[in-house]
Design a protein around this ligand. Sequence first.
Ligand SMILES: Nc1ncnc2c1ncn2[C@@H]1O[C@H](COP(=O)(O)OP(=O)(O)OP(=O)(O)O)[C@@H](O)[C@H]1O
Ligand SMILES: [Mg+2]
Length: 252
Amino acid sequence: MGFFEVENVCISYAGTEVIHNISFSLGKGETLGIAGESGCGKSTLAKAILGILPSSAKISGSIKYCGIELAGMPEKSFCTLRGKEISMVFQDPSAALNPVRKIRNQFYDILGAGISRRKPADDEIIRLLNLVRLPFPETLLDKYPSQLSGGMKQRVVIAMAVCKSPRLLIADEPTSALDAEVRLQIIDELIALKERLGFGMIYISHNLAELSKVADSIMVMKSGNVVEYSKTAELFALPRHQYTKELISAAE
Ligand SMILES: Nc1ncnc2c1ncn2[C@@H]1O[C@H](COP(=O)(O)OP(=O)(O)OP(=O)(O)O)[C@@H](O)[C@H]1O
Ligand SMILES: [Mg+2]
């Protein structure tokens, strides 16, 4: 039984197919990079894996996590996996955080920390904020998201995404809302965190240079199809598809 296996997945919105027969697999602790132009279906695939597609979407094929079939899994079962086994970091950290709730309380919500567990929960939150290398984490607990910079917010979101020790983390363009310098820091943070916690990762980005830093293998998508899927070094050494060549030259 593999760690994560996607086979012949098709997804349509209101009868229009946007993902056409996609297959890939991921070993435990490995990172798959997904590249492709805007609208090619990257987030749709990520949402399908996390079981958060809108009700207008229909999915066929198979998405297996440790042998468990996720495609078509009822929400009641899915919510026992989401956040815990499979977690996600979204593109825009501001949208992922509740603007009117302090950072501390947003962690409590995820950790399910009742009043009696608050002291150990605070220690745990500080440990997590340290892990994503936020300076003086104890001073952040009583802050609101608007009081943090974009890079700090994304670090908080990453800490939240890993707080239940998921085994698979999906990062959907986690750096695209950030400026270039912070972008590199966040990538390094994710790499360090992955080495420490050992989760597998699906990392989505327009930018092949970014993917080359994190991914063991890369899947290039175009209009809902996979045009190329190979080990990272091989993809750069011997790109087969014209579109991949264009992405590589754009990344240089
Ligand atoms: N809720 C929805 N209802 C109908 N169509 C949708 C919905 N969400 C996405 N789509 C369509 O599905 C296709 C894939 O969109 P998706 O958001 O997955 O692309 P993407 O590769 O993540 O793009 P980007 O790089 O801009 O984030 C697009 O044609 C989009 O218009
Ligand atoms: Mg997207």
